[in-house]
Design a binder for this molecule. Structure first.
Ligand SMILES: [Zn+2]
Length: 290
């Protein structure tokens, strides 16, 4: 049976290396709900979900991370957004046939990955990396290498559990205080971690996973964090979008449709604005200005 969605952090006592284990199959199913994505796109979103979950768990402040892939292939965009409370959402935009078993390159064409880190307080950081890896994990490994951050490796797996798609992953990262010995140890631990299978990640207890991989090591495991699907859309956010649009565009839609219907592409929620709502919004803005 697939496990409930959780993220565990752990540390190797004696080596300055930390790690994370994540399983996110339930959240994955919810992200796919209400969408009819081709198989290869589902897999891609699953990989992005695991990557985003692993990355947000490295944040040392409140905030969120968006991992986005854009390209000129049949898949124009695949994106997952998640925050440090492990609330995740995501969507893909497709314009053209996606053949089953398509590779990342075949789906995205010429493209790049954008990683955006948005602290709740503070400045936004954005990193861009070419799509020159075969997998999402390869691209993010390249991103860490290029941005000269702490040595970090991601391991992302997908599989079927009881006929349902399941996803999970792991992350290893060298701690800032690491010496040469810890860096060597990191390479050794990376080799061990690379042997993890999707089925193990998605069905076994985390203690069992850590024991299978690192039975010679002294590993300290911390309390888990739950992962869930949660969309951050709201009527207030739609209002600020509406206000930023040109009056003539808004008026034209109102005249043609009698209302403005904003659909959230992440969760499918509809936010309806009538002419009176729009007038009220404009009035509030004018009052604030004068
Ligand atoms: Zn939404």
């Amino acid at each position: 049976m697939a496990k409930h969605d959780q993220l565990h952090r752990f540390i190797f006592a004696g080596h300055s290396v930390r790690g994370e284990v994540v399983s996110a199959s339930e959240t994955f199913h919810q992200i796919l709900e209400n969408h009819d994505y081709p198989q290869a796109v589902k897999k891609l979103l699953g990989e992005l979900l695991v990557a985003t979950s692993l990355l947000t768990a490295t944040l040392k402040f409140d905030g969120d991370i968006t991992v986005q892939i854009q390209g000129d292939g049949p898949v124009k965009l695949a994106v997952i957004n998640g925050n440090n409370q492990q609330q995740m959402r995501g969507v893909a935009r497709i314009d053209g046939p996606v053949v089953e078993g398509s590779s990342l390159k075949q789906m995205m064409g010429n493209g790049y990955m954008v990683i955006t880190i948005t602290p709740t307080k503070g400045e936004r950081y954005q990193g861009v990396v070419a799509l020159d890896g075969d997998t999402v994990a390869d691209c993010i490994d390249n991103y860490f290498r290029q941005s000269e951050q702490l040595p970090t490796r991601l391991f992302i797996r997908s599989c079927d559990v009881d006929g349902q798609p399941a996803v999970g992953g792991m992350l290893l990262q060298v701690l800032p205080a690491a010496d040469d010995e810890s860096h060597e140890m990191f390479d050794h631990l990376v080799q061990l971690t690379a042997t993890i299978k999707g089925e193990e990640l998605c069905t076994l207890d985390v203690q069992e996973i850590l024991h299978r991989l690192y039975h010679e090591e002294d590993v300290t495991l911390y309390d888990p964090q739950s992962i869930e699907f949660r969309c951050t859309c709201s009527r207030e956010r739609c209002e600020s979008t509406l206000i930023s649009l040109p009056d003539e565009d808004v008026n034209q839609i109102l005249q043609e449709d009698g209302k403005i219907d904003i659909e959230c592409e992440f969760c499918g929620s509809h936010y309806i604005f009538l002419e009176s709502d729009v007038k009220g919004l404009k009035r509030d803005i004018n009052q604030q200005l004068h």
